[in-house]
Design a binder for this molecule. Structure first.
Ligand code: UGA
Length: 439
């Protein structure tokens, strides 16, 4: 099928590449000419395991290209919209400027083909009610479906070609709903053949599935981080607690890793946008618990700052502090709302000489945070450090040898912000090991 993907960020670049790899003819559209040139040259504009291979394979097949010109999308049957919906400046609400601009630019290029009207499939995470509004805008030029995306950064390719489920939000009109459903079924035919659950609903339900899923995940993380706070005042161990409650199938072990909490371009802004939307709908009370989820999450960052200040005996200015990790999670170079970077920034603000290192986010950090002292290796970052903070659990940081590392620091104090190090091994090597929610 001929497809277009509008917006070639973390979502769109992966979706376009994977759809072309599945056999479709795809054009990716983005307003950023530099990004389009990079993608056409087979270079992913961000770190995502496996994307480079899929992108180059798809380009080599001749089925994939990228363009800044929306007119190049005109011949596509299905148009996926995957532009960003960041948090608005000074508000919790989502900024829908890019979604509206994409739809406005696309509508004049929508044409019915021999196989039926053009289908627009929204993938961006939007406040409930957006799809109905956009459908009005599109009018009779095409049919809108809402097809939320559940990919995780770091596993984006795998999540796109082998998702847990496909969700279609369809128009109320039965004929239009059938057009949209059949078109999406054709796009995802090879995925559906493997028995992937495909759920259809109205627009609002499909929009809510996405924010409900992210809210649940955020709540799970803040729940275990609240338990970490309880462990800290009782001397209990949150890692043991998570394992023990996780044996209950109804609870499960996933997303119960206590630490410095969640960040990234999705979970934090999605729960805030959800609260803002609930307020607009007069249902604020239903989501007030998400305020607490957000507060617990942000508290953990300050807790790590406090632990660091304590480790430095209150004398922070001028003290070398090593920060291992800047990305919001390993296997990504995404620093949007990164807890690691936030902690590093807060310590730098207190006057510490922060040296930060990240296996993937180094180049982006140097570009957008020239104020930070970015190092190329963990050994370089920790040399002479009075305290070391592990804030993103990259395998190369987990595997560091405490004996070897101990030789280059000034004081052997490590704060394990992700509870991933073997505390016994670090203590045996003479380190003061400080975990979160652990004795
Ligand atoms: C999240 C969701 O997991 C995806 O399903 C969703 O599609 C995506 O947002 C999105 O809306 O686009 P992602 O932002 O890639 O995916 O990251 P996650 O793997 O969910 O991790 C989010 C944060 O939670 C990270 O900072 C991670 O370190 C933290 N986390 C995760 C914990 O602190 N503890 C855990 O147990 C798990």
């Amino acid at each position: 099928m001929k497809l277009s993907v509008i917006g070639c960020g973390y979502l769109g670049a992966v979706h376009a590449s994977c759809m072309a790899d599945l056999g479709h003819e795809v054009v990716g559209i983005d307003v950023d000419a530099a990004k389009v040139a990079q993608l056409n040259a087979g270079e992913p504009p961000f770190h995502e395991p496996g994307l480079g291979e899929v992108l180059r394979r798809a380009l080599d097949s001749g089925r994939l290209r990228f363009s800044t010109d929306m007119a190049d999308a005109a011949s596509a049957r299905v148009h996926f919209v995957g532009v960003g919906t960041p948090q608005q400046q000074g508000s919790y609400a989502a900024d829908l400027t890019y979604v509206d601009a994409a739809i406005d630019a696309l509508v004049p290029h929508l044409h019915a083909g021999s196989d039926g009207p053009a289908v627009v499939a929204g993938k961006s995470t939007v406040p409930v009610g957006t799809a109905a509004r956009l459908a009005e805008k599109i009018g009779d030029a095409g049919v809108l479906a809402w097809n939320p995306e559940f990919l995780r950064e770091g596993f984006a390719v795998q999540d796109t070609v082998a998702p847990d489920r496909l969700v279609y939000g369809l128009p109320g009109d039965d004929a239009k709903a059938a057009v949209a459903r059949d078109a999406l079924d054709a796009v995802y035919a090879s995925i559906l053949e493997r028995g992937t659950p495909r759920l259809t609903a109205d627009y609002a339900s499909a929009e809510l599935v996405k924010v409900a899923a992210n809210s649940f995940l955020a709540t799970k993380i803040s729940f275990i981080n609240a338990m970490a706070e309880m462990c800290e005042v009782t001397g209990a161990d949150v890692s043991f607690l998570a394992e023990a409650i996780g044996h209950d199938d109804r609870i499960g072990k996933k997303f119960l890793k206590a630490g410095i909490g969640f960040g990234g371009g999705c979970l934090p802004k999605d729960i805030r946008a959800f609260m803002a939307r609930a307020g607009e709908l007069g249902a604020e009370q239903s989501l007030t618990f998400l305020r607490e989820v957000d507060s617990i999450n942000l508290r953990r960052r300050q807790h790590v700052v406090n632990l660091t200040v304590h480790a430095l005996e209150g004398r922070v200015p001028g003290k070398p502090v090593a920060v291992l990790g800047a990305a919001f999670k390993p296997h990504s170079d995404d620093i949007r709302d990164s807890p690691a970077l936030d902690v590093a920034s807060r310590l730098s603000g207190l006057g510490a000489k922060v040296r930060i290192v990240d296996p993937a986010a180094g180049p982006v950090l140097r570009r957008v945070r020239p104020d930070l002292d970015v190092r190329d290796s963990a050994h370089d970052a920790v040399a002479g450090a009075h305290v070391v903070l592990l804030l993103t659990e990259w395998p190369e940081f987990r595997d560091l040898d405490p004996v070897e590392l101990g030789e280059s620091v000034e004081h052997r104090t490590i704060i394990d912000g992700r509870n991933v190090l073997d505390s016994a091994a670090w203590r045996a090597a003479g380190w003061t090991y400080i975990g979160l929610g652990r004795p």
